[in-house]
Design a protein around this ligand. Structure first.
Ligand code: I3P
Length: 108
């Protein structure tokens, strides 16, 4: 499962609030592979970006994806709460995509 999403970091993987300067929305290409969600700049990654995508990955072990009903600034947003307190917001382009992404992430 994969696709372009907008991503915002809210809390880092240690559970501490992501500092100002790193909280903005960015377009990413998200790829679900096994228990890991990988983020790339592009759908077709350059050879070198494979390494950067390893740094830019989220383990879905003990993670939960749900519609972000508390986030009112944008539509079609869901969050992933990650083990140890990390949290990211991801924006799709429809209600259905929110449902599908949450389902895919929660069923791994
Ligand atoms: C953040 C950026 C985000 C904003 C966030 C800012 O600044 O403007 O768009 O989130 O607000 O901190 P920076 O680029 O310097 O990290 P919203 O779009 O959700 O408002 P926040 O600190 O309230 O999350």
């Amino acid at each position: 499962y994969s696709g372009y999403l907008m991503r915002k970091h809210v809390r880092d993987s240690d559970g501490v609030k992501t500092p100002f300067g790193r909280r903005s929305w960015k377009m990413v290409y998200a790829r679900l592979r096994g228990l890991v969600l990988y983020f790339d700049k592009d759908e077709v990654p350059k050879a070198t970006s494979r390494y950067s995508s390893l740094e830019n990955a989220v383990s879905l072990h003990h993670a939960l994806a749900e519609p972000a009903i508390d986030y009112k600034k944008k539509q079609f947003v869901f969050h992933i709460r990650i083990a140890h307190g990390g949290e990211i917001l991801l924006q799709t382009s429809s209600e259905n995509e929110v449902k599908e992404w949450c389902k895919q992430i929660n069923f791994v």
